[in-house]
Unconditional design. Structure first.
Length: 158
């Protein structure tokens, strides 16, 4: 029953995004949503209602930190472009140290969403390889940011 709700939600989301409610597109939406659910097979984990306010607050703080990081990096990248500042591109390894795949995926998304940084691979042991526009001192900064993200994500998912 849980998968049925997810399939319906994904199909409706797809239909809203495409704005095409023709019969062929509706059928395709449900086939696509079913295929995604079949491939991903999300885990059903019950949420303790007593933890819900803390989880919501943790999500709000996480999103605030993410938006702040995106804004700061966007200004930095813009300054590099506008003022032709020299860069030292490179790839650095950042340990995810998250207990769940969802935490690792959200950490990778947060890094990739920030301008000037992109996760290019995640190893089996949870090491994220990140391409940075300026890798001179980014490793220390990224590790500190990852530690903060990991703590915030543990408040949401633990």
């Amino acid at each position: 029953m849980f998968y049925g709700h997810l399939i319906l939600t994904l199909a409706v989301l797809y239909l809203l995004l495409t704005a095409d409610w023709s019969l062929g597109n509706v059928i395709f939406a449900f086939l696509l949503a079913g295929g995604i659910i079949w491939l991903v097979r999300p885990q059903v984990t019950p949420i303790d209602p007593r933890r819900l306010p803390g989880m919501i607050w943790g999500l709000i703080v996480y999103l605030g930190v993410l938006l702040k990081d995106i804004a700061q990096n966007a200004v930095w990248v813009a300054a590099v472009v506008v003022f032709s500042r020299p860069i030292n591109p490179g790839i650095i390894a950042i340990p995810s140290e998250c207990q769940t795949q969802m935490g690792t995926a959200l950490s990778a998304h947060a890094i990739t969403a920030s301008p000037g940084e992109m996760v290019i691979e995640i190893s089996d042991d949870g090491i994220m390889y990140v391409h940075c526009l300026d890798a001179t001192n980014r490793e220390e900064l990224m590790e500190a940011a990852q530690k903060q993200r990991r703590e915030l994500l543990q408040n949401i998912f633990a």
